[in-house]
Design a protein around this ligand. Structure first.
Ligand SMILES: NC(=O)c1ccc[n+]([C@@H]2O[C@H](COP(=O)([O-])OP(=O)(O)OC[C@H]3O[C@@H](n4cnc5c(N)ncnc54)[C@H](OP(=O)(O)O)[C@@H]3O)[C@@H](O)[C@H]2O)c1
Ligand SMILES: [Zn+2]
Length: 344
């Protein structure tokens, strides 16, 4: 089968290869999925960059967002599952620890991400634990079904489970044109909150307006100053920041007294230079919200299936154009998701 392998640190041209490799066999309690669609995330970019998120192990096969058809089953999985159209929760856990028993799978010390720690879906076939499968809703095609698992599940965790945003509150969402940012903005808007969003170009700003009450082009104005103006000096109840060191201080400055900042990423680096007094003297809180659990995945998935939330697809490309997908994300030329169709 064909698969994308990352063989070293470097640019897409240096680091990515479409290789011919063996079709994997499902083990016990696993299925093999024929991958119809697999979306890229920033994580795929980190996997070939010398970034703190990268463990430096090569070759690596990324691709966390998988939609496809069950093609074969391993031991202990009934044959009747062959042919099911499915989406994949992109994490595996021990299933036995105190966190797993409490349903908090991403807190499990053995939590592994499919497409980061385990071979992912940028291939014609992938094997995954049967526990990770949910049915693909009939209302979604494979491309849309692959365009949401990581970003919307993480955003749901940030805004709802961890951030506990309420309808009468205000929220600032950074990077609202990107995968997680756009999902977070849609969820905050769906809840009925007043939404502020940052982005970097007039074109992206136009698109973000669909869900944001106010859009801030942070290349024109410092976004904490803009929030100060827009909220008459009060600040917002919640900030969703996945950008990291470049934005942390301004995100904290944007919070109201007692406001909370929810975080899931460090795209611009993991070591912000912040004044800690700007946190404690204003009763502010910083809350970690990496990837949601299995129930977060189901909860947000239901709203996507019903059409209340809409994963935005920037473009759909075959496996052979993987370099184009990486370049576009790295150069920030994307609005929403890039989806790969490995069978084409
Ligand atoms: N912990 C988890 O489980 C988890 C899950 C998903 C994502 N994440 C993390 O969340 C972050 C975002 O992921 P994503 O897939 O949504 O990425 P993405 O689709 O590439 O979006 C990132 C957005 O951030 C904005 N941005 C602002 N400053 C930036 C900078 N210095 N460098 C790059 N982009 C910048 C860009 O929009 P503008 O150009 O308009 O500013 C861009 O659209 C990543 O760090 C990722 O690792 C973590
Ligand atoms: Zn566990």
């Amino acid at each position: 089968m064909r698969a994308v392998h990352i063989t070293r640190f470097g640019s897409p041209a240096e680091a990515l290869s479409v290789v011919d490799t063996d079709i994997p066999q499902p083990g016990s309690n696993e299925v093999r999925v024929k991958v119809e669609a697999c979306a890229l995330n920033h994580l795929d970019i980190f996997a070939r960059l010398d970034h703190p998120e990268n463990d430096g192990q090569f070759p690596k096969r990324t691709g966390c967002d998988i939609a496809g058809v069950v093609d074969a089953v391993g031991e202990d999985v009934p044959d009747s599952r062959v042919g099911e159209e499915i989406i994949v929760y992109p994490g595996t856990t021990c299933g036995e620890c105190e966190y797993c028993l409490n349903g908090e799978h991403t807190m499990c010390h053995e939590y592994q991400i499919i497409g980061e720690d385990l071979p992912g879906g940028l291939a014609e076939y992938v094997t995954v634990p049967v526990w990770c499968l949910d049915p693909k809703p009939e209302s979604l095609d494979f491309v849309t079904a692959a365009a949401w698992p990581v970003t919307f599940t993480t955003a749901w965790r940030m805004i709802v489970t961890t951030g506990r945003l309420r309808p009468a509150e205000t929220a600032l969402i950074l990077g609202a044109s990107g995968g997680v940012g756009n999902a977070a903005l849609q969820i905050a808007d769906f809840l009925g909150a007043t939404t502020y969003a940052t982005t970097s170009t007039p074109e992206k700003a136009d698109l973000v307006t669909e869900w944001a009450d106010e859009v801030i082009d942070y290349t024109e104005t410092a976004f904490d100053d803009a929030i100060d103006d827009l909220t008459d000096g009060r600040g917002v109840d919640l900030v969703a920041d996945h950008v990291g060191q470049e934005t942390w201080q301004r995100s904290i400055n944007s919070l109201a007294m007692g406001g909370r900042m929810v975080i899931c990423g460090a795209t611009s680096g993991p070591s912000p230079d912040i004044d800690i007094r700007s946190v404690y003297q204003h009763h502010r809180q910083i809350r970690g919200a990496p990837m949601g659990n299995r129930q977060d995945f189901r909860d947000v998935g239901r709203l996507i299936a019903s059409g209340d939330l809409h994963p935005v697809v920037d473009r759909v490309i075959p496996l052979s154009r993987i370099n184009e997908g990486h370049d576009a994300i790295e150069n920030r030329e994307v609005f929403g998701k890039i989806v790969i169709e490995p069978q084409s």
